[in-house]
Design a protein around this ligand. Structure first.
Ligand code: ZN
Length: 324
C-alpha cells in the first residue's frame, strides 16, 4: 500500500488538497504510508504487524507491544501544529515555481504566529540536505564557480576576503551535457552541488570539487589560481581567465551562471534578503528542488518521504538524468 496507489501524485489545487487531507487522521495515514511503504516495521523488534490505536495516532506492535507514532524521530515529532499545516507547506514547496516564504505560509495556512511558520519551513529545509553518499557529478563537463550573496545583516565589519557581515560566499558545481538532434546542438544542465564557504583558498575550493565531482571529470573554472591543484587530484581542468568579462563568462560557464541567477532570484524575490546565518538551509531547499526538477507532480511525494523518513535513503531513479 503506497500513497501513490491511493491518491494522485500531488494535489493539483486547493480543493484536492483539502479532499486528501480533511483532518489529522487522514494526514497520519498518508504519512504512515510513506514512513512504512512496505508495511509497518516495529523499531524495537522489527515486527511487521501492528494495530492502530483508536484514540491516538499510534501503532501498537503485536509482537512486543511497543507503541510507535508515524512521526517519531522526524522533524514533525511532537509538533503542536496540525499535520495538515506541515503537508500544506511541503505541498507549496513542491508546486511553487520558486518557494514559499514564512509570511505567505502563515497567512495561507492560518498558522498563528510568524515564528511557528518560519520554524516549520526551516525544519523542512534541514532534512532536504544532500548527503555525502549521494551521487557524484560527472556530465560532459562540470562547471565550478563562486559567487557572493548579500543578505540581511549589519553593514560594515569585514569578516574575510572581501566579505562583510551580511554576505556569504557560496561555491557551486553544475553538470553540463552536450546534446544534439539532427544538426541542432545545445547544452543542458544536469545535477548540481552547492556549499557555503568561508574563503576561496585551494584547500576549500579543491576540497569542494573532490566532494562534488567524480575523479576524471572535466572541470571548467574561471581560472582562479586556487583551482589549479585539481589536476594533481585527478581531474581534467579547463581554465579560462575571464577578467570580469561577463559576456565571456556566460559562454564559458553558462550553466553555473544560470544556477546562480536562479538562486539569487529565489533569495531576493521570495525571501527579500535572508539572514546569511541560515544560508545553508536555503541552499538545501534550492538544491533539492533543482536536482529533482524533472519529477513534476511526483516531487510532493518525494518531499513527504524525505521529511517522514527523516534521512537519506537511496531511491532508484532519483538522479534526474535517469528519472527522465
Ligand atoms: Zn515490536
Amino acid at each position: 500500500m503506497t500513497p501513490a496507489a491511493q491518491h494522485p501524485a500531488s494535489p493539483s489545487n486547493f480543493r484536492e488538497f483539502h479532499a486528501m487531507f480533511p483532518d489529522d487522521d487522514h494526514c497520519i495515514e498518508y504519512l504512515a504510508a510513506w514512513r512504512w511503504p512496505d508495511g509497518f516495521v516495529c523499531p524495537r523488534c522489527s515486527g511487521r504487524t501492528a494495530d492502530r490505536l483508536k484514540c491516538r495516532p499510534l501503532w501498537e506492535c503485536r509482537g512486543c507491544g511497543r507503541q510507535t507514532s508515524a512521526t517519531a524521530g522526524t522533524v514533525m515529532h511532537r509538533t503542536r501544529l496540525p499535520l495538515s499545516r506541515w503537508l500544506y507547506a511541503i505541498w507549496q514547496i513542491a508546486v511553487r515555481k520558486v518557494s514559499i516564504s514564512a509570511k505567505q505560509l502563515q497567512q495561507e495556512a492560518g498558522i498563528g504566529s510568524y515564528g511557528s511558520a518560519w520554524a516549520l519551513l526551516h525544519k523542512v529545509r534541514l532534512v532536504l540536505e544532500e548527503h555525502d553518499d549521494a551521487w557524484l557529478l560527472h556530465g560532459d563537463a562540470v562547471e565550478v564557480d563562486e559567487t557572493k550573496i548579500f543578505g540581511r545583516g549589519r553593514p560594515g565589519g569585514r569578516i574575510g576576503r572581501g566579505l562583510s557581515v551580511g554576505s556569504a560566499w557560496i561555491v557551486a558545481a553544475v553538470e553540463r551535457y552536450e546534446r544534439s538532434r539532427g544538426s541542432k546542438t545545445w547544452q543542458a544542465s544536469g545535477s548540481a552541488r552547492v556549499e557555503v564557504i568561508h574563503d576561496t583558498t585551494t584547500t576549500t575550493l579543491c576540497g569542494f570539487v573532490e566532494r562534488s565531482a567524480e575523479r576524471g571529470s572535466l572541470v571548467v573554472t574561471d581560472g582562479w589560481p586556487a583551482y589549479n591543484d585539481i589536476v594533481t587530484r585527478g581531474y581534467v581542468h579547463e581554465a579560462t581567465v575571464l577578467r570580469k568579462n561577463h559576456q565571456l563568462a556566460k559562454t564559458v560557464q553558462p550553466k553555473v551562471h544560470l544556477f546562480f541567477s536562479n538562486l539569487k532570484a529565489l533569495l531576493v524575490g521570495t525571501f527579500h534578503g535572508i539572514d546569511v546565518a541560515y544560508m545553508g538551509r536555503y541552499l538545501n531547499e534550492f538544491l533539492y528542488r533543482f536536482n529533482r526538477r524533472h519529477l513534476g507532480a511526483r516531487l510532493f511525494g518525494y518531499l513527504v518521504r524525505r521529511v517522514i523518513q527523516g534521512r537519506w535513503t537511496s531511491i532508484p531513479g532519483l538522479h534526474p538524468e535517469s528519472a527522465g
